[in-house]
Design a protein around this ligand. Structure first.
Ligand SMILES: [Zn+2]
Length: 187
């Protein structure tokens, strides 16, 4: 009679929890800014959730360096605008002397959101979510320099985000590993 025991991890996170214990054994967590949202590098990064585009690796962003918001494509959605507005509102309310963060929107080449330009993929996902196909077509990052410029404009035009928040746009090339600025910081 075979004796079968499941010995695998309870969750995939178990595979990295020893890294957490190693982190907790250092004092890195004590060397961070306190609220309200005054990240050390004065950055609010918006990037794709693609695992190749992790700002910790690509930009050397360490703990406490930046606010990081990630979604499909690194797009500036109404929800993202609300989060930027909240972070800026807290700085204004609690620490108006700053430093004020700069919003840096980063889109990248070979983005998975581009698959939404493929009609069967887009139609299937629109049916799944019960949303308008045309809305989804706008999410696709096919020309990252173009979509990032459009998203920078969305932040700059947002009435609830104070002018002290500067906004810039960048493209990360997954082939070369280089980030290129396409919209300099401004408002
Ligand atoms: Zn992507």
């Amino acid at each position: 009679m075979s004796h079968h025991t499941v010995t695998g991890p309870a969750t995939n996170l178990d595979r990295v929890l020893d890294r957490n214990r190693a982190f907790a054994a250092t004092d890195a967590r004590t060397e961070v800014p306190a609220l309200p949202f005054l990240p050390r590098q004065e950055l609010y990064l918006i990037t794709c959730l693609d695992c190749r585009v992790d700002p910790a690796q690509v930009l050397g962003i360490g703990l406490g360096d930046a606010l990081v918001q990630r979604n499909i494509g690194g797009r500036v959605t109404p929800s993202v605008l609300g989060d930027i507005a909240y972070a800026a509102y807290l700085v204004g309310a609690k620490a108006p002397e700053g430093p004020w963060f700069e919003v840096a929107v980063i889109h990248h080449t070979d983005c998975g959101s581009g698959l939404l330009a493929d009609e069967p993929i887009r139609r299937g996902y629109a049916e799944l979510m019960g949303v308008d196909e045309r809305t989804l077509a706008d999410v696709a990052v096919l020309d990252p320099a173009k979509t990032v410029a459009a998203d920078v404009e969305r932040v700059r035009r947002a009435p609830h985000i104070p002018d002290r928040v500067q906004v810039s746009g960048h493209v990360y090339d997954v082939e070369t590993g280089l980030v290129t600025t396409v919209v300099p910081a401004g408002r």
